[in-house]
Design a binder for this molecule. Sequence first.
Ligand code: BGC
Length: 778
Amino acid sequence: MTNKKIKAVILLTALSCVGANAQKLPQLGKSPMQDIINAMTVEEKASMLIGSEMFGPTLEGNPRLSVPGAAGATFPIKRLGIPPTVLADGPAGLRIQPTRENDKKTYYATAFPVGTALASTWNTVLIEEVGKAIGNEVKEYGADVLLAPAINIHRNPLNGRNFEYYSEDPVISGEIAAAYINGVQSNGVGTSIKHFAANSQETNRLSINEHISERAMREIYLRAFEIVVKKSQPWTVMSSYNKINGVYTSASTDLLTTILRDEWGFKGFVMSDWFGGYESFESLGTTSSDVVKQLTAGNDLLMPGTKLQYEKIVAAIKSGALPKEIVDRNIRFILEMVVKSPAFKKYKFSNNPDLKKHAEITRQAATEGMILLKNEGSILPYTKKTSPIAVFGTTSYNFISGGTGSGDVNEAYTVSLMDGLKNAGYQIDVDLKNIYVPYVDDAARKEIARREKEGGILAFPKRMVELEFNKDLLNKAAKSNSLAIITIGRNSGENTDRKIYDDFYLAQDEVKLIHDVAKAFHKEGKKVVVILNIGGAIETNSWKDKVDGILLAWQPGQEGGNSVADVFSGSVNPSGKLTMTFPIDYNNHPSAANWLGTPVENPKDVSYEEGIYVGYRYFNTFGIKPSYEFGYGKSYTDFKFLKVSLSSKTFDKEITVNVTITNTGKVAGKEVVQLYLGAPAVKTDKPESELKGFAKTKLLQPGESQVLNVTLLPKDLSSFVEGQDAWVAEAGTYTIKIGSSSLDVRATETFELTSERIIEKVQNTFKADTDLKVLRSN
Ligand code: BGC
């Protein structure tokens, strides 16, 4: 062999050795998953099971979040081809930081309507479009998973986060969330349905022990999640902070494995809420959550990850307290997400989503979620643009696009009501505007400073006190304007619950404003319209008779003022319907008796004594009249529910209900068909009737009809029977009520189930830790 040849052979051998070495290291996406997991060190495994710390790198080599303002990330292991994936908040849009150091570019995201507003559309097709737009921003700004949607049940109107959630009913919650998730995930990015489960209050949210019956869990607090998992397979689920019957949800095998995976077939991974499983944020530096219990129960990833958790996991793996199968199982679920992510696919995000197009989508979605509560003398739509309108209420000038906390989106702008009206060609009383604007600007500046000082995004927002006007000014305004608008605003957010007084009930300054304005304008024969710029239910009964029109605009996202003007002017006919009861009195809600729990000064335990009687299930079964009922919402036109027919009068596998809706009024509009089912309740106590399905018409022109159908499946007939660990449908006559609301029933039909059926046998879960007495209707 010549020298040259020898050199060439040595080189080739060396090269093939390097190749063999590289080949020995398995790579994500190319090698079997188990090989990748086997190649991890104990330290790497521990790192994979916790997130990269929110406030900086927990461990050496762990990069800071690549998308500033995102909430967290999964751990990267470069040598195995595992990139970090970025998890960022929602649900009203993507939450990231809008500006960056040494960077002139801005990174604003679109603020979409809040959860209550989206759900009020009852339009799953539209919500899927909203989801697509949000998902596009997630992808184009370089995130992988959106921490949304949020579907906790409105157990009580005072929950500070109800605005993020959808409803007091699991069916509307589940259907809307599934549509949202399908939309977001169609972009090839993930979602995290949260907070699993029964995250019903913010007060002591990290430690509260909720005593809940298994029936209420399954029928009310879990049902929406079940619908979501089965209809949209979210990439991830976020467990909640609270305990249920003594067990942290993040450490509950019943919840995270038995029900979520074994019974419902969930395929993604579960992450904890941020620092879930700790008694308090103060304990973070000194204690760790019970990582072995959490990881074993099926909480695959602990977010955002702390150093103490990391150390505990390493020790537990080494000692065997945390078995290899559990560790590998959890990591596998996480890696299965990573493989699907844009980060893994090296997607070249643009940082340039089409914000203009998305502004159009949010504007439209917001109008469709608006609910016309009152329209005396058809004051709306209001089309007179030749004389000015007197615009009262601080919120008219400082519109609230969404709530605070992790659900607050950093949008580029919010269109105020004043600007929305002006954009639509209305004239505004300039004298009033000149009084309001400086007051509101000053109050807004002070509020921002106060919140920054008192906890930033977690500081509870304070309401601006309403201005008081003297009689002369009001009389003058009533003479020179053709109409008065009063906006009542409410804001709330994570970490704190709402209050009964000055929040659920209007404050004295607001009551006075409504009273004084109405008096002055009515004396002149002029009308008064109230716009509600709120996130959840408030009291309306004591003042609704004083005004002529009430439009519930919710917190409608960044195009808020334009969206209100679209409905106000009639360019959009309102078609939203309430997804929660507006009670006459706060204490009408059965949960008012034990809301927040005991001891009152610092609640530790809360008993869900109302059982399944949450929201309209209670009001309609116990005959309590609300101010506005679940499902309620008026239109500028009228609809007739003409023909209702069933595919069969005896239930076998399913029954389809056809309803013909005709627009009998003068303008185009949409209507929602709501199907409530009353079941025989001989053996099991049941609500008078429950929402089982719904459908919304397209835009029907005057005289136009559409046939809508809703299908009832076996589970829809059943209730959860604790003694039998099963969903059971009783034999007998079932009553279908087709309504325009839960109380406005337009047609009734019946069908028979000839013999009792066990629809689904399940595991016994949520063992009681106290003697819980739950409400019954008989
Ligand atoms: C909230 C979650 C949120 C998380 C990350 C928590 O405080 O409860 O909804 O996704 O923070 O920001």
